[in-house]
Design a protein around this ligand. Structure first.
Ligand SMILES: *Cc1c(COP(=O)(O)O)cnc(C)c1O
Length: 401
């Protein structure tokens, strides 16, 4: 392991949501804790990303794909009936309307274009519930690249439909057979593949986590959510900003995307985690998957299994920038139980005719529980994905009423 000097002063510790310092740290979190063999690959990636992001041609190409393929800009929706029920004003940012059904496509198109620009012909990805795998397989099909997705053996049997989708899109799905055979094991397998085949392969990571430059790069690709939402809410609110901006947090990519648009305002930023995966809530720092952050672990430092009704939030860690935002008090993180999530899921469907992804139902659950605290305010919620993928599971949970 190479550990970058943890004691030197952060270059821009007082700049909220700017670039990480030269070690890839946000305050005391982040960094690049990887085996020696991965250091050059991470450095090559950082250099390539910096160069691409500074190139107007790359930015133009990505913008065109986001508009003509993914369907951006996503609208915002004022929720009249939900607002009436909760006693405060609710606005949704509609990432559920993107191609493939969630925010994930923003990051994946960015990284796939970058991979092409780096001369790579093969995309590697990890996936838990299968949503990031599907998005990556989609981008690979679009750009004519090979694609291999690592998925825990347990998740493969739980998510047959997404495995079939990835196959339809031309991707190979490889079971991760080690450990608990779930998401964190799939990340390990993907990293191993990347080390072995770095010449022609690109590791397309699915959230704002992992070694530097991933957390920063993934956030940058999702900043489009916050930029659009800031303009759209300003138009709706006569130049004002919402009092509260909220989103669900797994690894933290959709939340960091929308938070970035409001970090310089006095809007309160609230991330909502599942009670069974409350990495930030527990405030235990540690290193997993290449960076330092808060994560769920036992007394001897063993990483714990996250457990949540939503497979998309079943991750024991959280992106390092969230740990930093929590640490400096710029954002706060709340957690909700599965029972509350089931209520939140139904609430949006019933009042607004929108079936949310179970991940988003976490934010809705918090919004519903805290209606007294939020009374009279204006709240913007990132609706990160649609619920089509979750209806069969909910049919079981609700007993086919
Ligand atoms: C994957 C996913 C999430 C969790 O990932 P983040 O990186 O925390 O955003 C949330 N919502 C939806 C709809 C997802 O598909």
């Amino acid at each position: 392991m190479t550990l970058t000097d943890a004691n030197s002063e952060s270059a821009n510790s007082d700049q909220i949501m700017g670039e990480p310092d030269e070690f890839g740290r946000f305050g005391q979190f982040g960094g690049r804790f990887v085996p020696e063999t991965l250091v050059p690959a991470c450095q090559e990636l950082e250099d390539a990303f910096r160069s691409a992001w500074g190139d107007t041609e790359f930015r133009r190409e990505l913008s065109a794909l986001l508009a003509d393929y993914a369907g951006r800009p996503s609208p915002i929706t004022e929720c009249h009936r939900l607002s009436e029920e909760l006693g405060y004003r609710v606005i949704l940012k509609r990432e559920d309307l993107n191609h493939t059904g969630s925010h994930k496509i923003n990051n994946v198109l960015g990284q796939a274009l970058l991979a092409k620009r780096m001369g790579k012909t093969r995309l590697i990805a990890e996936t838990g519930a299968g949503q990031h795998g599907v998005a990556t397989a989609t981008a690979a099909a679009l750009l004519g690249m090979e694609c291999r997705v690592y998925m825990g053996e347990v998740d493969i049997s739980r998510q047959e439909l997404n495995v079939f989708r990835m196959n339809l899109l031309g991707a190979e799905v490889v079971p991760a057979l080690s450990g608990s055979r779930t998401l964190k094991d799939a990340v390990n397998e993907a990293m191993r593949d990347w080390v072995a085949k770095v010449e022609d392969s690109y590791y397309c990571l699915g959230s704002a986590m992992g070694p530097h430059p991933y957390p920063w790069m993934v956030r940058t690709f999702h900043e489009v959510i916050g930029i659009e939402a800031r303009e759209q809410t300003a138009r709706l609110l006569d130049g004002g900003v919402p009092d509260v901006v909220t989103a669900c947090v797994g690894g933290g990519s959709n939340a960091i995307g929308i938070f970035s648009g409001f970090a310089d305002t006095d809007a309160e930023l609230v991330g909502v985690e599942p009670a069974g995966g409350a990495a930030v809530g527990r405030k235990v720092p540690g290193v997993v998957h290449g960076s330092k952050s808060y994560l769920m672990q036992d007394e001897v430092g063993q990483v714990l299994e996250a457990e949540s009704i939503s497979a998309g939030l079943d991750y024991p860690g959280v992106g390092p920038e969230h740990a930093h935002l929590a640490d400096i008090g710029r954002a706060r993180y709340e957690s909700v139980t599965d029972a509350e999530v089931i209520e939140g899921f139904q609430l949006l469907a019933r009042t607004e005719g929108i079936i949310p992804a179970l991940e988003c139902a976490h934010a809705l659950a918090w919004m519903s529980r805290e209606r007294e605290e939020l009374a009279g305010k204006t709240l913007l919620m990132n609706l990160s994905g649609r619920g089509d993928k979750d209806v069969a599971q909910m049919m079981d949970v609700l007993g086919r009423k």
